[in-house]
Design a protein around this ligand. Structure first.
Ligand SMILES: CC(C)(COP(=O)(O)OP(=O)(O)OC[C@H]1O[C@@H](n2cnc3c(N)ncnc32)[C@H](O)[C@@H]1OP(=O)(O)O)[C@@H](O)C(=O)NCCC(=O)NCCS
Length: 237
């Protein structure tokens, strides 16, 4: 298992070494981690008190892994107090922590903050996203790619790879914003707008400036990171 850390060689959460795929202690209030699921359900059920009735075994495993991460981020996270809103957003009624969960393939991610609202999303990188790009990207956002990557236009194979990464990053960023907002009813093309694109970089996190315009107009900075086969996006505000 590859271990990635954004914390300069520090692979610990709450002073306990954990078999995590990625961790980032973002600030004193906010922590994020990704778990690569290699365990069976029994492993997670030892720590996760109860779970929703999910019939699909892999979805149930992903769900349990997401919950399992929360007390790893903060040991006093009260898992048993989690409630589910009508929008399906999980939350703690006393807001001791704000948190957000995501899963894809063999991975589960969670972010939690004792202070700020958060949203997180992970997505596997796959070319099939090109077929649904029109559902979540508006014309301006499509043009960012075409204009910024003119140099790749005659190298189709490279353009195709970078385009897939760009789309996955945009989808993941908008899903993270959707979860941060939490109330549903968001039109990804109209309500969420990327303001400016910066080049794709595999070495470090990329910060993307968005505007979320629904009840109010809010400027949001979404942080994204590209791993070999997956994109992570997270937001704190
Ligand atoms: C809810 C949604 C964001 C989940 O995303 P996903 O990629 O399918 O799944 P993920 O694994 O990333 O996220 C699932 C987690 O999101 C969380 N979640 C679900 N609904 C949520 C909501 N309304 N707000 C915040 N978080 C939510 C839950 O924690 C869930 O995991 P859990 O049930 O195990 O606790 C997604 O299904 C959705 O509805 N997106 C909006 C779609 C849309 O409007 N698209 C328009 C453009 S095409």
């Amino acid at each position: 298992m590859n271990l990635h850390s954004a914390d300069s060689g520090e692979y610990r959460i709450s002073h306990v070494i954990m078999p995590l795929f990625y961790q980032h202690n973002i600030n004193e209030h906010t922590r994020l981690a990704i778990w690569q699921i290699a365990e069976d359900e029994g492993f997670f059920l030892e720590k996760v008190p109860h779970h929703r009735d999910i019939t699909h075994p892999h979805k149930r495993l992903q769900h349990l892994a997401g919950r399992y991460l929360l007390p790893l981020l903060f040991s006093d996270f009260p898992l048993e107090e989690i409630m589910i809103a009508d929008t399906r957003k999980p939350f703690l009624p006393n807001e001791k922590y704000h948190f957000s969960i995501s899963h894809c393939g063999q991975f589960a991610a969670a972010i939690a903050s004792s202070k700020n609202r958060v949203g997180a999303d992970i997505e596997m990188i796959a070319t099939r996203i090109q077929r649904i790009a029109h559902k979540f990207l508006n014309e301006t956002e499509k043009n960012f790619f075409n204009e910024d990557y003119k140099a790749f236009l005659d190298q189709w194979s490279l353009k195709d790879k970078v385009y897939t990464e760009y789309l996955t990053m945009m989808w993941s960023a908008k899903e993270a914003i959707y979860k941060w907002h939490g109330n549903g009813g968001v039109d990804f093309r109209k309500n969420i707008q990327l303001l400016k694109f910066t080049n794709i970089n595999h070495e470090q996190e990329i910060s993307l400036p968005f505007v979320f315009a629904k009840e109010d107009i809010v400027s949001l900075s979404v942080n994204t990171k590209i791993f070999d086969e997956m994109v992570l996006a997270w937001i704190i505000s």
